[in-house]
Every structure is written in structure tokens, then in C-alpha cells.
Write a protein that binds this ligand. Structure first.
Ligand code: HEC
Ligand code: HEC
Length: 480
């Protein structure tokens, strides 16, 4: 009896320890991961999802290190792009928005309404070496390789059809991607980063109240912190679960004065009274809504305009001819292609207009309630008085509002997804934030084409870059 009473607590301790360090994946998720890493689906058997979406073992949040990634070469089509159109995005916590009821569109231009559709398109597209003309061949290969997995081949009787095998791959990889989450506590609140720990230690609100706009929550949080500071009660974080340093990031696990200064700028919103205007105002939470630090919606920050102007000269993006709704509806695929391309010194028609390329236009009216209208609806929300039922009146305005708009990326764990922006042209966090100095100014001066309304409220200067970057780094974490 005595020995058991000694062993039991030790055993319980060991089990708890194992439970917290080893992620127990379901068989479905494990199979999804194997499919994600399987190069046999690609044209030449040499590319898989993980070729561009590296795992945390490489200190990546399922992104890579490239600004734009070289795609498999095909000699037949040497005139085709040799690089991905955009920077490879990180894949952690992609589906958090569903809980908040936000349409779950994927790719930074909102191309895909479901992850399953993205998987099938990805498996049979250029990223895996397939040419557009080889769709059927690619789908057949997808089904063939899928059947090599006994779990898929025997999942239906007597034999799995091609279509069933393909759908199975899509749903398994989706299950795997859904499992890529940041650390959370029992309540489902984020708890892995120094920022999260700082909020918990000081009993500060970790997320907006239901229905509370993120900017109001940010202001409330900031005022509450300033109250604790005045009373001398604010406590810092100088240690994490792994000690003073982070295991997967080259930095201390800390939330101190510099991080707090950044937090305050981040959550500052444009002043009601101009008297406060001399303070820096990040207005960042207007789009990077806590606690996921994205609103999963589409905004134009000027990143496309900046790259285009860099290629063709200051102000050139303002005079780029962009078709209106009626005109766009008549253009062929080839005529539309230049609006989703990397700017090119030898061809000023090439630009990346982001969500503009995906906004559905409705010859017979939007299919209300159907996913296809989601992007339209999301953008319509930004236009005062716009309603879906009056789609014909607002069609053009919605299309215009989508020029240069991209999905807000999360700011969690940026340490594993550099370089930044859809252009990948910012190597460091400091450089990514630097963009907001001229872009805020240009928005106020109306020199930013289709600037998002929130951009005019971003008033920061060179002194703010350090603290804001420290704050961004406090959102890094050692997730599994
Ligand atoms: C050649 C590189 C490459 C390969 C291979 C690749 N991807 Fe991607 N992936 C990208 C790029 C680039 C983006 C960003 C696209 C955009 O935003 O327009 C992306 C975006 C995504 C997104 C969207 C994330 C978001 O925030 O909306 C998902 C999901 C994704 N990839 C999953 C996959 C899966 C699953 C596979 C394998 C079938 C795969 N990728 C293969 C380069 C690649
Ligand atoms: C109008 C909405 C909006 C506001 C306001 C805003 N952002 Fe962004 N942010 C975005 C979008 C959209 C992107 C992606 C842009 C792109 O790639 O074209 C982005 C990208 C970033 C990135 C790069 C992330 C990555 O993974 O590539 C950082 C860092 C960033 N923002 C920080 C900030 C900070 C700090 C502030 C406040 C000073 C701020 N943002 C204000 C919408 C916004």
C-alpha cells in the first residue's frame, strides 16, 4: 500500500507532464499530415505542400524563407511565371475567424471559399508542377496516389471512386490544417505568448466582450493598464514555461516597458479631440483585431501600390487603368491575367490588385446566402449604406473598394514567417511596420488609391518602430 501511494502521485505527475508536451493527434490529423508531406501528388514527384509550408522544426509557422517561392519548372512553358505570385503565408490559426462568425475565405485575395477547394486546386495547380491544361491528368494522379493509402482505399465498398478519393484527401488535409493552432487554456483563450501571460498575470481582459468593436476593447485595455501603472500595481513577465529564453525563437520570454510602450501605440485610436493628435496613433487594432490580431477581412494598406510605384515610378499606380464592373465582366481570362501578376518593369499592365481579382460580379444578382457572395458581402460591409439586396447599385463601388485589398494577416508568431507582406519585400518586422509611416500620410493626403478608411488614422513616426516591433515580438510563442 505504501509503495502505491508513492508511485501514484509520481505516475499522475508523469502523465500530466506527457500530456502537456506531446500533442495527441487523431488518426485523421496524422494521415492529413502525411498527405501534406507526400511529394507523389506533384507532376514530377518532387513537390508537396511542405515544400513551401515548412514546419516549426525549421522555426517556421508553415511558411518558408522566400519573398516569393520558385515554383516547379516546366520547360514547355518557360514564359509562365517562375515564382509564386505572393509571399507564402503561415498556416497557424487560419480558422479562428469561424468562431467569431467571420466568413472564412482563404488566400490573401479571398480566392477560396473552403479549405477543401483550396487543397484540390493546390494539388492540381502550378505550385505542384501542373499546367492549366493538365487538370484531368492531375486529378487522376491525385486519386491514384490517394488509393496507395490503405486508409483511403478501403474507406468505402467495394472500391473508392476517383471523386471519393479526392474528397477524402481534401478533408484529411483540411483536418490537419485545422489542428495547427496556437496554445490555448481550458477556456479556449490564447496563453502561449508573453503578451498573453502579461494579460493573465495582471487580470486584464483578454478579448473584446461579445459585440464590442476591437478598437473600443483596445482603448479599454490601454486605460485599465494605465490605471494599474498609476497605482504601481502593474507586473512584468520575465520568464516563460521554458525559462528566461524562448525555445523556438531567439529572444527572451518577456513583456516589459518597451513591449508596453508598443502596446499603447498599437491600441491608440484617432483622437476625438485634435488636442491629442501629437501623440502617436497606431490604430492597428482597427484591422489586426485581438486576440487573433486579424479581422479575417480585406483591406488596402498600400502594399501593392508601393511595389508598383517602386517598379514604374512614384504616382504611377494612381494612373493605372483598372476596368469598372461592366467592362470587367466582358474581359477574357487572358485580358484579366495582368491584374494578378508581379509588377514587371517591361510591362506596366502587370499589377497585383488582390481581392479585386476575386470579387464575383452578378449578371443575375448575387446568390444570397451562398458562400460565393462572401467576398462581395465582406467588402459591402465597409461601404456605408451598402446592402446585398441593392447589389446592382453598389456593384461598382464594391469592385472599386477591392482594389489592392488583401486579407489581414495575424500578427501572432511573426518570428516564424518573415519576410513580410504579400510582396515579401520586408525582411524584418521593423521594415514591415515602417511601411505605415508613409502609407498613413498618403492616405490622409488622398494619394493612396482606394486607401482603407482606417489607414488615415495611422499616425506614427520613426521613434515608434522600436516599441511596436518589441510588442510584435511579444506575440511570438513556443507552440507545438
Ligand atoms: C510553391 C509553393 C507552395 C506550395 C507547394 C503550396 N503552397 Fe500553400 N501557399 C503558397 C503561397 C504563395 C500562398 C499565398 C497565396 C496567396 O495569398 O495568394 C499559400 C497559401 C496557402 C493557404 C492560405 C492561407 C490563408 O491565410 O488564407 C493555405 C491554406 C495553403 N497555402 C495550403 C497549402 C496546401 C494544403 C498545399 C498542398 C496541397 C500548399 N499550400 C502548397 C505557396 C505554396
Ligand atoms: C487598414 C487595415 C490595417 C491597419 C490599420 C494596419 N494593418 Fe497591418 N496589415 C494589414 C494588411 C491587410 C496587411 C497585409 C498587407 C499586404 O500584404 O498587402 C498587413 C500587414 C502587416 C504586417 C506584416 C505581416 C505579415 O505577415 O506579412 C505587420 C507587421 C503589420 N501589418 C503591422 C501593423 C501595425 C503595427 C499597425 C499599426 C501601426 C498596422 N499593421 C495597421 C491591415 C492593416
Amino acid at each position: 500500500m505504501r509503495s502505491l501511494s508513492v508511485i501514484l502521485p509520481v505516475l499522475t505527475f508523469l502523465i500530466v507532464l506527457m500530456g502537456s508536451s506531446v500533442r495527441a493527434d487523431s488518426p485523421e490529423v496524422e494521415l492529413g499530415e502525411r498527405l501534406f508531406k507526400d511529394p507523389r501528388f506533384s507532376y514530377a514527384g518532387n513537390f508537396s505542400c511542405v515544400s513551401c509550408h515548412f514546419s516549426p522544426d525549421d522555426r517556421r509557422g508553415y511558411a518558408d524563407f522566400e519573398a516569393r517561392t520558385p515554383i516547379p519548372r516546366r520547360l514547355e512553358d518557360s514564359h509562365l511565371p517562375q515564382l509564386t505570385l505572393r509571399n507564402t503565408t503561415a498556416l497557424i490559426e487560419l480558422f479562428w475567424g469561424e468562431k467569431a462568425g467571420v466568413p472564412n475565405l482563404l488566400h490573401s485575395d479571398g480566392e477560396f471559399q473552403t479549405p477543401e477547394a483550396l487543397v484540390i486546386a493546390g494539388m492540381t495547380g502550378r505550385n505542384m508542377g501542373w499546367l492549366a491544361s493538365e487538370k484531368n491528368q492531375a486529378l487522376t494522379k491525385l486519386a491514384q496516389v490517394a488509393r496507395l493509402y490503405p486508409e483511403i482505399a478501403s474507406s468505402s465498398e467495394p472500391t473508392v471512386t476517383d471523386d471519393e478519393a479526392i474528397q477524402k484527401v481534401a478533408s484529411l488535409i483540411t483536418a490537419y490544417m485545422r489542428s495547427l493552432e496556437f496554445s490555448k487554456d481550458e477556456q479556449g483563450d490564447f496563453n502561449g505568448s508573453p503578451y498573453d501571460q502579461f494579460l493573465k498575470l495582471n487580470h486584464l481582459p483578454e478579448k473584446p466582450n461579445p459585440g464590442e468593436p476591437s478598437k473600443l476593447y483596445g482603448e479599454r485595455l490601454r486605460l485599465q493598464i494605465e490605471g494599474l501603472e498609476r497605482d504601481g500595481k502593474l507586473q512584468w513577465i520575465s520568464q516563460g514555461p521554458q525559462g528566461e529564453r524562448m525555445a523556438r525563437h531567439d529572444q527572451a520570454f518577456r513583456f516589459g516597458a518597451a513591449e508596453l510602450e508598443g502596446l499603447k501605440i498599437f491600441y491608440s485610436t484617432p483622437p476625438a479631440a485634435p488636442a491629442r493628435a501629437h501623440h502617436s496613433i497606431g490604430n492597428c487594432a482597427g484591422c489586426h483585431a485581438p486576440p487573433a490580431f486579424t479581422d479575417f477581412r480585406f483591406h488596402n494598406t498600400g502594399a501593392s501600390q508601393e511595389e508598383y510605384d517602386f517598379t514604374h515610378g512614384q504616382g504611377s499606380f494612381l494612373s493605372l487603368v483598372i476596368p469598372e464592373a461592366a467592362q470587367r465582366a466582358r474581359l477574357t481570362r487572358e485580358e484579366l491575367a495582368p491584374f494578378a501578376q508581379i509588377p514587371d518593369p517591361s510591362d506596366p499592365k502587370k499589377a497585383d490588385l488582390g481581392a479585386w481579382n476575386q470579387v464575383p460580379l452578378f449578371p443575375n444578382g448575387p446568390d444570397l446566402g451562398h458562400l460565393f457572395g462572401q467576398l462581395f458581402e465582406t467588402l459591402c460591409n465597409f461601404i456605408p449604406t451598402c446592402t446585398l439586396s441593392q447589389w446592382r447599385v453598389y456593384e461598382n463601388e464594391v469592385l472599386r473598394a477591392s482594389v489592392g485589398a488583401f486579407k489581414t494577416p495575424t500578427l501572432r508568431n511573426l518570428g516564424h514567417s518573415n519576410p513580410y507582406l504579400h510582396t515579401g519585400n520586408r525582411a524584418r518586422i521593423e521594415q514591415a511596420i515602417q511601411m505605415y509611416i508613409p502609407m498613413g500620410l498618403m492616405a490622409r493626403q488622398r494619394r493612396l488609391r482606394n486607401a482603407d478608411p482606417e489607414m488615415a488614422g495611422v499616425i506614427i513616426n520613426a521613434r515608434d518602430i522600436g516599441p511596436l516591433s518589441a510588442f510584435m515580438r511579444s506575440l511570438n510563442e513556443d507552440y507545438e
